[in-house]
Design a protein around this ligand. Structure first.
Ligand SMILES: Cc1ncc(COP(=O)(O)O)c(C=O)c1O
Length: 294
């Protein structure tokens, strides 16, 4: 499958989407207007990258989807293995080699209203050929982040450890505000005012040769985040998970973002502070590139 230009709507492409156990033509993969998830945000999703036809950490992503369903009180009719098989099948039928896989579990239209015990959990998987998440010279110069006015909620105010659809409304608002102001993405603080993460990626900074990252106690503990910490330790770097305050950002020599979509992307600027794309970022980016293709 060739990469489809970004201006082609996602509902008007060639290919096939796996939905509830069947592979359906791409344009026919539809849901009803009264789908619960559409009204109340009752969905959980995943993002997985495939490199040379092989999805990276497929099993972990599928397990996280199942765990997300549990957190959202959604009875998923499939096991992690079934979803993994659906992902591989979706890659195969669409002939995707280096691309992205998007599984989604959502409450259907069987019941309408806040209570939704009678809804079924539906599952779909799409896949498409995909390049870099951040366009242009992001890898050479780094992306520019604007601190968002929206904060990540506390763990007793939202299901913060699930990759739940509803949590992304503040991410979209933050990213829109950042782009409107000429930045690439937003840096989100948490409810305590500490540095949390980006709108779709985790945050790292390098301080005097050590790798520092916020504790993932109110946001997604990314699979890439954990892979990068492992790679850092393998390369003899000290990794520190701790509370990071925004005023400490000026003490960092390098900053970068991690995520399945973002991979490892250097951060060139946060509000008024500039960073160079430094040796630790380059080392980990290379190591990550090798690991995902191993
Ligand atoms: C809000 C948010 N944080 C962090 C991440 C990074 O998670 P992962 O590395 O598992 O893709 C993502 C991407 O999925 C995300 O959407």
């Amino acid at each position: 499958m060739a990469t489809v230009p970004a201006n082609i709507p996602y509902d008007d492409r060639d290919g096939f989407i796996w939905m509830d156990g069947k592979t359906v033509p791409w344009r026919e993969a539809k849901v009803h207007f009264l789908t619960h998830a559409l009204h109340y945000g009752s969905g959980v999703f995943e993002g997985i990258r495939a490199y040379n036809g092989k999805p990276f950490k497929l099993r972990e992503h599928c397990e996280r989807l199942i765990e997300g369903c549990k957190i959202m009180d959604m009875a998923c009719p499939y096991a992690a293995d079934d979803i993994a098989a659906a992902c591989l099948e979706t890659l195969r039928v669409n002939n995707v080699v280096n691309g992205y896989i998007r599984p989604l579990a959502w409450r259907g239209a069987e019941q309408m209203g806040v209570a939704a015990q009678q809804t079924k959990t539906h599952v779909g998987v799409a896949a498409w050929e995909w390049g870099n998440y951040f366009a242009g010279d992001a890898q050479d110069k780094g992306i520019a982040l604007q601190t968002s006015r929206w904060r990540r909620p506390p763990p007793d105010a939202a299901p913060v450890h699930a990759k739940a659809c509803g949590l992304y409304m503040i991410c979209t608002l933050s990213k829109h505000a950042a782009e409107k102001a000429g930045f690439t993405d937003a840096l989100m603080l948490d409810y305590r005012g500490r540095v949390a993460e980006l709108t779709g990626a985790n945050f790292f900074m390098v301080v005097n040769g050590e790798l520092h990252t916020p504790e993932a106690d109110c946001f997604l503990n990314g699979i890439t985040r954990r892979t990068v910490m492992e790679l850092a330790r393998e390369n003899g770097l000290k990794v520190v998970e701790r509370a990071i305050l925004p005023e400490e950002l000026k003490t960092a020599q390098e900053c970068f973002a991690t995520g399945t979509a973002a991979e490892i992307t250097p951060i060139g600027r946060i509000d008024g502070i500039s960073y160079a794309v430094g040796p630790v970022t380059r080392l980990l980016r290379d190591a990550y590139g090798k690991r995902v293709r191993a």
